[in-house]
Ligand binder design. Structure first.
Ligand SMILES: CC(C)(COP(=O)(O)OP(=O)(O)OC[C@H]1O[C@@H](n2cnc3c(N)ncnc32)[C@H](O)[C@@H]1OP(=O)(O)O)[C@@H](O)C(=O)NCCC(=O)NCCS
Length: 159
């Protein structure tokens, strides 16, 4: 059974590992190897990940003791990370994590969610009612990656 809970600060290595494995084995269908490597180097920075965990709200999905998904968001309603492990794709975990962010932000009085969404995650955000503001080219060192600025107004409906 999948359970959901806030992450603990000391879990940053497991969080990095989950992100890296997902980028290498899931996002690799939408991005070139040089783009994947640049993305991995950025996400695998321990200092940056520890700062994220300190400053953002972080929830994880666990299958028994194994971390299989995570989402992070800022107090502004900006969703920073959303990853589901390669062996747990397509089981509703990403949707559940997004819904958690919606409910929690609404409770805090935040009525707009925003994210920079990968090509891989765009179908999920589309289905969950996010609108595309623009397509963008993000520069990571010597490579550029396509992603999408997406937003969603939230009121009391989570559909
Ligand atoms: C995007 C991601 C988080 C989705 O997680 P998930 O747990 O597989 O998603 P779900 O099982 O909740 O899928 C939700 C819905 O979106 C659909 N969907 C998800 N990914 C899809 C895809 N690549 N193409 C088409 N539809 C997709 C599912 O069919 C499902 O639809 P339904 O609820 O109507 O059946 C996951 O694929 C992932 O980790 N991707 C790589 C990391 C990434 O790019 N993160 C985003 C950074 S913004």
């Amino acid at each position: 059974m999948i359970t959901y809970r806030p992450a603990r600060a000391e879990e940053w290595p497991a969080i990095i590992e989950l992100c890296v494995q997902t980028i290498r084995h899931v996002n690799n269908r939408d991005y070139r190897p040089d783009q994947i490597n640049a993305w991995v180097s950025r996400i695998a920075n321990p200092g940056r990940m520890q700062k994220r965990i300190r400053e953002q709200t972080v929830w994880v999905a666990c299958d028994e003791l194994t971390m299989v998904g995570l989402i992070t968001w800022m107090t502004t309603g900006y969703i920073d990370l959303l990853y589901v492990g390669k062996d747990h794709q397509g089981r509703g975990i990403g949707s559940h994590l997004l819904r958690l962010a919606e409910v929690s932000n609404l409770r805090e009085g935040v009525h707009q969610l925003e994210s920079d969404v990968s090509l891989t995650a765009k179908p999920l955000f589309d289905r969950r009612g996010f609108e595309t503001v623009q397509q963008q080219q993000v520069v990571l060192g010597s490579v550029t990656l396509t992603n999408f600025k997406m937003t969603k107004r939230i009121n009391h409906s989570f559909d």
